[in-house]
Design a protein around this ligand. Sequence first.
Ligand SMILES: C[S@@+](CC[C@H](N)C(=O)[O-])C[C@H]1O[C@@H](n2cnc3c(N)ncnc32)[C@H](O)[C@@H]1O
Length: 315
Amino acid sequence: MTHLPQHPSEGTERERPLLAVARAARTLAAAGVEAPRAEAELLAAYVLDVPRGRLALTEGLDPGQRDRFDALVARRVAREPLQHLTGTAGFRHLEVAVGPGVFVPRPETELLAGWGVAQGRGQTVPLVVDLCSGSGAIALAVAQELPRARVVAVERSPAALAWLRRNAADRAAAGDTPIEVVAADVTDPQLLADLVGRVDVLLCNPPYVPRSVAVSPEVAGYDPDEAVFGGADGLDVIRPVVARAAELLRPGGVLGVEHDDTHGAAVPALLAADGRYERVEEHRDLVGRPRFATASRRADGQHAEPDAAWQTGSS
Ligand SMILES: C[S@@+](CC[C@H](N)C(=O)[O-])C[C@H]1O[C@@H](n2cnc3c(N)ncnc32)[C@H](O)[C@@H]1O
């Protein structure tokens, strides 16, 4: 059990919000949490049920709220992810529900989702597929931002599927275009057989961390193993997805696959080697790390250039 420093106003008085935040930020920093001030503010805002930007305008935490806040900080010190404590993760213009059994969507994946939205814009009813959908963050963002799209989300894990179905129902109830949820293994060579040759945009954030890589306590303790690790070289799911996507996409349809930052050459090389793709491109995130690769399905009968070159861009 972690003991927080004594409150300056132990008893019945309210603790001023910025004092509570400063106290918690010191505790989180000492525990090695990366962004202690921001996380302390988010937890205080959560307990006070106000937007983070309005924290300083509140009267502060009453004794019951202080106890809740301290309990949450103690769980964060034990490296439970912030999003598990608040029960939600922000993703583009959405909040999705997350918790045990589902991968917490990451900010860098918003780039892949945004790329997918841009690809679907201008098409009347784009057919968009999100493989390895987890909480549904990518699929639901696309459905919200492209309301005329047909969006199909595929996930295998029963625990993740429960979160995905819950988020899909919540977003549909909120007025977004409903998405279709399919329980399936994305490495199945017969995946989505009824969509062969018809998909306009195929997005995938698969498990891709090589098995030997050490991950943070939050990832090791709380993200499901099957959401994180992609076999010995991290490419166990990406390889079959690249192959099946070439069958699912229509000619000119596009694929975007997130990958490990050590795979900025390997994934574009897999796409180029397949022979059925053109316009293979690598995309970097805001800090310059290779983050996702994209390609377009050639028309059948078109032949790949041997050793087709691929480009690097930034998102
Ligand atoms: C990195 S998470 C991505 C989740 C979500 N798309 C996101 O970006 O937050 C990978 C997801 O793929 C799922 N998954 C792993 N292997 C799979 C497979 N063979 N078939 C279907 N889903 C799989 C995991 O359960 C997990 O939900």
